[in-house]
Design a protein around this ligand. Sequence first.
Ligand SMILES: C[S@@+](CC[C@H](N)C(=O)[O-])C[C@H]1O[C@@H](n2cnc3c(N)ncnc32)[C@H](O)[C@@H]1O
Length: 282
Amino acid sequence: MDKNKFGGSWTELKIEVLETYAKQFLTVFKNQPAQKLLYFDGFAGSGDIEVENIKEENSHIIEGAAIKILKIDKPRSFDMYYFVEKKKSLANSLEKKIKEHFPKKDAYVQAKDCNEKLIALAKFLRSDKGKSFKVLGFIDPKGMQLEWSSLEVLRGLPIDLWVLNPTSGTNRVLVRKGEIDESWLKRLELFLGMNRVDIKNHFYSRRPTLFGDLDIIKENDPINKLHELYASRIAGNIFKYVSNPKILRNNSGAPLFHFFMATNSEIALRIANSVVNPKLGF
Ligand SMILES: C[S@@+](CC[C@H](N)C(=O)[O-])C[C@H]1O[C@@H](n2cnc3c(N)ncnc32)[C@H](O)[C@@H]1O
């Protein structure tokens, strides 16, 4: 059966953060059975993940986020689940697991592009039927597949959206002297919602050389800079707030992703921050 293959312990940490938040989200609404709750997963995978452990040269299978979320029944469950997974074989695999293990849940699997389905989600939430829903969303791409315009359509909607920002992968595209490939420049523009001139000005500076011409130098700390830019352009613009990020690292401690939540609710923000950094308390 088809399954996703990637990982390390950061995968487990990411799912743990999402699951912990989901339980708290459901707790907030436990005494409001009339409040309809929707779970939207834009990069759902197959339902299980083969986690590769390079150091120990072994791998093991863990449950993907979709199954973890479907399993939550207490303090209540979601009223509807919407899973998007572009790869047909993975989507079929997830659908099969849902039919077998969660036959009573109102769950849908779509083998489509997440960007397309975020637009459909926004339209639904603005419709008469959709107005009664609050949403927990999860955007879990490997790279820069989430387009800025798909985030923009969510402006003002009642969604708590966990987003995996692929900061390390994006940094690799920002090559040292700024000579970024045309195809990557296009991808960066779609991902960041900025034009190439502004992107280059943000991550590179020009310094005069001894011989009077200009050298292009990449700015320091680009990985954190990438997240600061992304989060600051969402907060107060598309969503009111963004949480602190959980930095997901590889086995050697190098940052791979910044995982954070965007929301319009102050209470949701406080809960997300307490999940990202339990020491801050709530
Ligand atoms: C990191 S994996 C998701 C893992 C999943 N969240 C889990 O916990 O098992 C990313 C998935 O997104 C899918 N994908 C890639 N581009 C996509 C797109 N534009 N829209 C929807 N799914 C996409 C890939 O096939 C892959 O299965």
